[in-house]
Design a protein around this ligand. Structure first.
Ligand code: ATP
Length: 234
């Protein structure tokens, strides 16, 4: 579903990604791990059209989206849950969700999708008319994921969804991610907690200093010397 080939990206003269390759299939959960500043967020943003690639290709279901602006990449079925959640605190939970449904193809389905989001996250249904700013951090993360789902994506990109959450809440978030993938959505999740990421993912990639340093099934990665050295500190 997602094919990234030979992707490079810069910030001004500074190169942040070097010839990156990455794949995500439908119904697959793929994790992206790596040290701070390795380029994980840059890669997610470049796939989503929020940062322009210098060279290389990003194909979603065979359609080239590299060079397509972010607000158009979502028309190709890509949704992002940004780092730090970025929900609108002064708006209700429901209005935050509805904002996610603006893309053509999702708008007409918003009632059905909203119901599905509430089934996935019953706490959002209970708090539908509360301001998002009154939610706990975990609930705001659920809302950010729910808002992305309102676009009915085929590919969901999550940037550090566990950041700042209590372990029990992180479990809930990863359970939800597994349910989302089980519906056929391809999931790419950036995660700091490598053990958690490898436990949740089918496959994964290690990125170091803007380059792919390892890739494989979760168990292959866990056993990989470069993963053990660079991120597990072994
Ligand atoms: P973290 O885990 O700390 O979030 P990351 O793996 O997501 O890190 P990126 O945020 O993608 O890494 O950063 C990759 C490189 O690009 C780093 O060297 C960073 O300093 C640089 N960088 C990121 N954003 C910008 C920016 N807006 N302007 C210039 N350089 C940037």
């Amino acid at each position: 579903m997602l094919e990234v080939r030979d992707l490079s990206a810069h910030y001004g003269d500074a190169q942040a990604l070097w010839q990156v390759d990455l794949d995500v299939a439908a119904a697959e959960t793929v994790c992206l791990v790596g040290p701070n500043g390795a380029g994980k967020t840059t890669l997610v943003h470049t796939i989503a059209g929020l940062h322009r690639a210098t060279t290389g290709s990003v194909r979603v279901d065979g359609v080239e989206v590299s060079g397509v602006p972010g607000h158009r990449v979502c028309d190709h079925g890509v949704a992002v849950v940004p780092e730090g959640r970025r929900v609108f605190g002064h708006m209700t939970v429901r209005d935050n969700l509805l904002l996610g449904a603006y893309r053509r193809g999702a708008r007409g389905e918003h009632r059905r999708t909203e119901k599905e989001v509430y089934e996935l996250f019953p706490r959002l249904a209970e708090r539908a008319h509360q301001h998002a700013g009154t939610l706990s951090g975990g609930e705001q993360q659920m809302l950010a994921i729910g808002r992305a789902l309102m676009a009915r994506p085929r590919l969901l990109l999550l940037d550090e969804p566990s950041l700042g959450l209590a372990p029990v809440v992180v479990d809930e978030v990863f359970d939800a991610i597994a349910e989302i993938a089980a519906t056929g959505v391809g999931v790419l999740v950036v995660e700091q907690d490598v053990h958690r990421a490898l436990a949740a993912a089918d496959r994964g990639y290690l990125i170091v200093e803007g380059r792919m340093a390892a890739g494989g099934t979760a168990s292959e990665l866990a056993a990989s010397p470069v993963v053990r050295q660079r991120v597990l500190g072994m």
